[in-house]
Design a protein around this ligand. Structure first.
Ligand code: PXG
Length: 449
């Protein structure tokens, strides 16, 4: 099939995730045909630096044969066996061991799933099971945050705080949402430090309002990813820690985007010095090459679930799929052997921070922020008042298209441009990324004038 035939068949038969089918019908899809290192190429031969690592997952880029060969070899040896009914496979045990080593101290158990959404549903099941076994069944409510993203299953989407999603389904009734720590968008006249404490105190207020005896858990991404790379002010997590220490409430950190090195530490929890009870992961655990997710379970929770007896009636056919686990093992080996995370922490992260900060001087940029190898740009019409161009976030869409035209994949969340490039990016590629982003901003400013 040629390009237009592919686009026509795509339109006729493929229902895409998070897509306006009317727009898709008018524009046609971009057909990506190959990839190498940190670059993807489309069917027209247009090569782009992938500033989004696929979908926040190909952290080691696209050319890691060690991972694809590990999958292939496993498929030839034992392509599938389940981990139900007292069965197990060698790769699943080995990966569980490795995860216990790289995750924060005291997290020594893993429940494997096929995705991040399934892992957050698993968290909801574990939370309830834990409090039931502790004979506190009245602890039912899970507190999350507005504009959070925790997946697309009913459980994941209920935990998430995106209003556009909530309009399209019926949320679980035991989930509550508090303010997000988005200083640029919601901080008003407060300093970032003041606002960080303010946003964290919303958790305390919500717990008081609901009654601590009814609150089972608080779930949060260390940094909101899909919500627009919202890096909380430095005062936020320490204040949350204080509040959680005060009440008997579980902490779930959703590390689906920030796990496996993006902050320059293994997990966002390490970066912020937090001690979660449950930790969701997916995406980069296999470098995106094979579907795998899961939740790390702390000793505190695992001991209750394991020792009290009785079946935990939960699991997925693909929990601990052997080929997925081999992909995970190969990925973790590369991260360790090539000291990828240390390089992000010591070299490429600081260099991106320096170069990205230069974009803040651009006339349509209200804020440029980074941490490790993620970044965001707030597009504004007026730098001082932080006023946007319009209510429809036109600038974000324009900037995304200009970026692609200039050979860089940047994603738009409203009028916030975001990047999460592969962690293997070199200094020269960071220069290339910033220069292309700069050109995209110039083109956007011209188009919006
Ligand atoms: N938690 C977080 C924090 C995520 O970012 C999920 C859970 C769900 O994972 P699965 O594997 O079920 O997709 C995610 C996924 C975007 C975008 O546009 C982000 C995600 C997925 C799709 C698009 O930024 N994150």
């Amino acid at each position: 099939m040629n390009k237009s035939q592919l686009q026509q068949h795509d339109r006729e038969h493929l229902l895409h995730p998070f897509t306006d089918f009317h727009d898709l019908g008018n524009q046609g899809t971009r057909v990506i045909t190959s990839a190498e290192g940190a670059y993807i190429t489309d069917i027209d031969g247009h090569k782009m630096l992938d500033g989004m690592s696929g979908l926040w997952c190909c952290n080691l880029g696209y050319s890691r044969r060690e991972i694809s060969e590990a999958i292939y070899e496993q498929l030839n040896k034992l392509p599938f066996y389940n981990s139900f009914f007292q069965c197990t496979t060698v790769p699943s045990i080995e990966l569980a061991d490795m995860l216990a080593e790289v995750t924060p101290a005291g997290m020594n158990n893993v429940f494997f799933t096929g995705s991040g959404s399934e892992a957050n549903d698993t968290n909801l099941r574990i939370i309830r099971r834990y409090w039931d076994l502790k004979e506190q069944p009245e602890k039912r409510i899970v507190i999350s945050r507005k504009n959070a993203y925790h997946g697309s299953t009913i459980g994941g989407a209920s935990l998430g705080g995106m209003s556009g999603m909530h309009k399209q389904f019926q949320s679980l009734d035991y989930i509550e949402h508090i303010q997000q720590p988005y200083w640029f968008g919601e901080g008003g006249d407060m300093s970032p430090e003041e606002f960080g404490v303010h946003a964290a105190r919303c958790l305390d207020e919500k717990i008081q309002e609901l009654g601590p005896e009814k609150v089972a858990a608080f779930i949060a991404e260390p940094i909101q990813g899909a919500g627009g790379v919202i890096i909380p002010p430095e005062t936020y997590w320490p204040e949350i820690k204080k509040i959680l220490d005060q009440y008997d409430i579980l902490l779930v950190m959703d590390e689906v985007i920030f796990g496996f090195g993006r902050t320059g530490e293994w997990f966002g929890a390490d970066y912020y010095g937090m001690k979660p009870d449950l930790m969701t992961f997916a995406k980069a655990v296999t470098n995106g090459y094979f579907p795998l997710g899961g939740t790390m379970v702390s000793d505190r929770v695992a001991e209750v679930i394991k020792s009290k007896g009785g079946e935990f009636t939960h699991g997925y056919t693909y929990s601990a799929h052997p080929a997925a686990c081999m992909a995970g093992i190969a990925t973790l080996n590369i991260l360790r052997e090539e000291k990828i995370i240390e390089t992000v922490r010591d070299t490429t992260g600081p260099y991106l921070a320096k170069r990205w900060a230069e974009l803040a001087d651009h006339p349509i940029v209200g804020e440029a922020r980074t941490l490790g190898l993620v970044g965001a740009l707030e597009l504004v019409k007026d730098k001082n008042s932080r006023a946007r161009f319009d209510d429809d976030c036109t600038a974000g869409g324009v900037c995304r298209d200009m970026s692609i035209k200039n050979g860089l994949v940047m994603r738009a969340t409203g009028d916030t441009m975001i990047i999460a490039p592969p962690l293997i990016l070199t200094i020269e590629q960071i220069d290339e990324l910033v220069e292309k982003a700069h050109r995209a901003l110039d083109d956007t400013a011209r188009a919006m004038a």
